[in-house]
Design a protein. Structure first.
Length: 245
């Protein structure tokens, strides 16, 4: 394999590729390494509410392609990665963070001996995260929102606490992992296409995922054919979207 591209080169090389070369397989281990880099993405509260389903079996790809409406990017993919949002795992992830605190600060530190950093961290995962993530049919979220509307009249406050807000938080984070992955793949000379066009319920069912999980995107992988990139890259003039304040 050729030398790894620099970040800026990889970003420029990455295109959404819709037709992959059937004669050019990609190395599963390399794709897995790129997923390890995906897991290093910045993520909200370090809750890591994501899972990556790396599909290498041609049989499974053939089953998923119709659920992606037989898009070329899915039909011709050598491999697929399904990026899954697991907001439902928030308790486990908060617990994992608290357990990590034990390794950093020591277990069963008496409150009086805790440093202010430790107190803040333990309070964050022990109280603030449950406050933000705990839900009951959207009702709790709405009550939290009302409370915040009132407090927010008097001081700056974090406002995104409704069920729908937390979904956005989790999807944002998962999207960052997907981008890390696609850039890492590009650095290796591998191609990808992110797809939100899929029947997410059917895909979840096929992967045996719980109903409460959500598909963030499916990224098809392979090596581009000459016609695999549909035209020049189009972007709105940068000065139209760049605002210096
Ligand atoms: C969240 C997301 C969902 C997308 N869904 C699809 C899709 O279902 N099918 C597809 O062909 N391209 C899809 N794309 C690719 C975009 O169309 C593409 O990124 C955009 O046109 C810019 O082109 P470029 O990626 O080559 O720079 C998606 C991209 C993103 C980020």
């Amino acid at each position: 394999m050729s030398q790894e591209k620099k970040v800026s080169e990889a970003i420029k090389y990455r295109r959404s590729v819709r037709i992959f070369d059937a004669q050019k397989p990609i190395d599963t281990h390399t794709v897995k390494k790129c997923l390890e880099l995906a897991a290093l993405a910045p993520n909200s509260s370090n809750m890591q509410l994501w899972e990556f389903y790396h599909i290498t079996s041609k049989d499974v790809i053939d089953k998923i392609a119709p659920y992606c409406f037989n898009q070329n990017a899915a039909k011709t993919a050598q491999q697929l990665v399904v990026f899954v949002v697991r907001k439902d795992l928030w308790k486990q992830r908060a617990k994992a963070n608290l357990q990590y605190m034990d390794t950093v600060f020591g277990k069963n530190n008496p409150k009086a001996e805790q440093s202010s950093r430790e107190k803040v961290a333990r309070n964050y995962y022990g109280k603030i995260i449950p406050f933000a993530y705990a839900e009951f049919l959207g009702i709790l979220g709405f009550l939290k929102y009302l409370m915040i509307l009132i407090i927010g009249l008097f001081k700056p406050i974090y406002r995104e606490v409704r069920k729908s807000d937390m979904r956005i938080v989790a999807h944002k984070t998962c999207g960052l992992a997907a981008e890390n992955f696609m850039i890492s793949m590009a650095a290796k000379g591998y191609d990808t296409c992110p797809m939100e066009g899929s029947d997410t319920w059917r895909v979840k069912n096929l992967l045996g995922l719980p109903f409460s999980s959500e598909i963030n995107m499916i990224v098809s992988c392979g090596i581009r054919t000459e016609k695999g990139v549909y035209g020049e890259r189009f972007r709105i003039p940068f000065e139209e979207v760049y605002k210096e304040v």
